[in-house]
Design a binder for this molecule. Structure first.
Ligand code: DMJ
Length: 597
């Protein structure tokens, strides 16, 4: 057994090297060791074993029931707060009584916290007789490792639900143990591919690869949304290709990419929202000829990369034409764009409403990220981004009461509304990324302020989970900064805050960002985890007694939220280096183009 890596990491095991069942030999060896100990040592051990036995017996049935039955004698750690079970890779194989003796104070300390359920990482595997008792206390996982393992465990749990009830379909409905179809293309599976790779879940990845190889076909008479299928499917396949080097994913990416191209055949060259990938036809939604600004300006990273990989410039040309037109359009306010654009005229419509939330959000994100992707040479993109940040500062930033949180509101025909979508929480991360790539240090200061606000959108809710939309109080004397309207109380397992926490932690190394993320992960586990597998979006973040499951696990929970949790808890700056990759708006990593090009 390895010595504990920290004083408070103690292992007490009574085992043998050959397994768990050869009682006689082990008993003899333990008995010999036992007799060599002093009376004080024996009393101490007996005292701790008695405590462990009581705690283990009291806790085991509940934990075992929660975790869905027995896995034989495979040791496992239990995260007491989340009631989650983390399997240990290898059974320990040595007696380590000395560790107990030399660090008995910390053992005692941990036993206390174990009993009041505040310590995450107690042990649990008890058998009948004292000498057969097999206890493992804490295990040598460092806090960082155990957080990473908790994310892997959450992913496995989500994946189990998807595998059992929704395999090959778009989304899991974890409560009804069924699935829903959007495009009929295995959306969750594709969105999750690179997450599995990054988390090191090789078996799960191989199964999914097998499905992509054998089952995934884009030759289907289905309408897909251009933006959603670009960011999730094309982005997911390209990212997985880059991380793994497996050309299967590149071939699939080329296939879907070329099938999406009919969307650009419009009078204005501003693409339609929907494409039939089987028939090769495209159309706007039934009720309008408008497209959403965020949608037509957040497909560029993926199509540009497809051109670079295939050597065919048509993909890049189509999406850059959109950027060229949007760059010079009338109707912006200080760099802020309206939410709609017409596919016939190529003009903005519904002028006068400005938001960093739904329908505009990723326009701003992709200005910066395209500039980074292309090696920081495309100055128009940078200019538009910098102007937009100034536009946000001038028109949309205000402070709340009582905490004085900086938030981003909305402007409607000159009227300010203190409404902030959770979607806006991508902004701290994007601002921090820009500062990392050499933009004004003030951007980082603003990023930090907004990060605190996004965290408070979670912390001030009774479940610890943010609502879809928050309204900020600005009157002095308000009791709370964040108000939530009845219709806005849902949480869809969205990633934006965790995403920004990841960027902020990467660049500042301030542990508070990891700790905030840890709190959020625990809240997800407490209120959205479905026992039989999967996580569900919920209707009411203000009612911990009845958060009211909506019975849907969005693909971005696996594609983005869990991936960003993992990256947040990792201290390795080279785990998807931000100097080599840029994440698309669905958290799929695309390479920053080599400078020589
Ligand atoms: C994801 O599909 C993407 O992050 C997109 O940019 C916004 N909406 C969801 C997640 O909230």
């Amino acid at each position: 057994m390895q010595p504990p890596s920290r004083r408070d990491f103690v292992s007490l095991t009574v085992t043998d090297s050959g397994g768990y069942t050869n009682g006689k030999q082990r008993r003899q060896s333990c008995w010999r060791k036992w007799k060599q100990l002093s009376r004080l040592q024996r009393s101490l051990i007996l005292f701790v074993l008695a405590l462990l036995l009581i705690g283990g017996i009291a806790t085991y049935p509940r934990l075992s029931a929660h975790s869905g039955g027995s896995e034989g004698k495979q040791p496992f750690v239990v995260d007491m707060k989340n009631q989650a079970r983390l399997a240990l890779p290898e059974p320990p194989s040595e007696v380590s009584v000395t560790h107990l003796l030399t660090t008995s104070n910390s053992v005692y300390f941990h036993m206390l916290s174990f009993f009041d359920h505040s310590w995450r990482g107690a042990v649990i595997e008890a058998e009948c007789s004292v000498l057969d008792l097999y206890f493992l206390i804490n295990i040598s996982l460092s806090p960082a490792e155990s957080r990473l393992e908790a994310v892997r465990e959450a992913f496995r749990h989500a994946w189990k639900g998807y595998k059992d009830f929704a395999w090959g379909h778009d989304e899991l409905k974890p409560v009804s143990k069924s699935h829903s179809e959007w495009f009929g293309l295995g959306l969750t599976l594709i969105d999750a591919l690179d997450t599995m790779w990054i988390l090191g879940l090789k078996e799960e990845f191989q199964e999914a690869r097998e499905w992509v190889d054998k089952e995934l076909s884009f030759n289907k008479n289905v309408d897909v949304n251009l933006f959603e299928s670009t960011i999730r499917i094309l982005g997911g396949l390209l990212s997985t290709y880059h991380l793994t080097g497996d050309v299967l994913f590149l071939e699939k990416a080329k296939d879907i990419g070329s099938r999406l191209m009919p969307a650009f055949s419009t009078p204005s060259k501003i693409p339609y929202s929907d494409v039939n990938i089987g028939k090769g036809t495209a159309h706007p939604p039934r009720w309008t000829s408008d497209s959403t600004v965020a949608e037509v300006t957040s497909i560029q990273l993926e199509f540009r990369e497809l051109s670079r990989l295939t050597g065919d410039p048509k993909y890049q040309a189509a999406v850059m034409e959109v950027m060229r037109q949007v760059h010079k359009l009338e109707g912006k306010q200080d760099g802020l764009v309206p939410m709609f654009i017409n596919t016939n005229s190529g003009q903005f419509t519904h002028l006068g409403i400005y938001t960093l939330g739904a329908r505009a959000d990723s326009y701003y994100e992709y200005l910066l990220k395209q500039w980074i992707q292309g090696g920081k040479k495309e100055t128009e993109l940078l200019e538009d981004y910098l102007q937009a940040v100034e536009g946000v500062k001038k028109n949309l930033l205000k402070k709340s009461s009582p905490l004085g949180l900086t938030f981003v509101g909305e402007l409607s025909h000159g009227h300010f509304s203190p409404k902030m979508d959770h979607l806006v929480c991508f902004l701290p991360g994007t601002l921090a990324l820009g500062a990392h790539h050499g933009l004004d240090a003030e951007h980082m200061e603003l990023a930090k302020q907004l990060m605190e606000t996004c965290y408070q959108m979670y912390a001030q809710m009774e479940t610890g989970l943010a609502p879809e939309i928050a309204h900020f109080n600005m009157q002095t004397g308000s009791a709370q900064d964040v108000d939530v309207k009845l219709a806005d109380r849902h949480n869809l397992l969205r990633p934006e805050t965790v995403e920004s926490l990841f960027y902020l932690y990467r660049f500042t190394k301030d542990k508070k960002y990891q700790n905030w993320g840890w709190e959020i992960l625990q809240s997800f586990n407490k209120y959205t985890r479905v026992e039989t597998g999967g996580y569900t979006s919920i209707n009411n973040v203000r009612d911990p007694k009845n958060p009211s499951p909506r019975d849907k696990m969005e693909s971005f929970f696996l594609g983005e939220t869990l991936k960003y949790f993992y990256l947040l808890f990792s201290d390795d700056p080279n785990l998807v280096s931000l100097d080599k990759y840029v994440f698309n708006t669905e958290a799929h990593a695309l390479p920053i183009w080599p400078q020589a090009e």
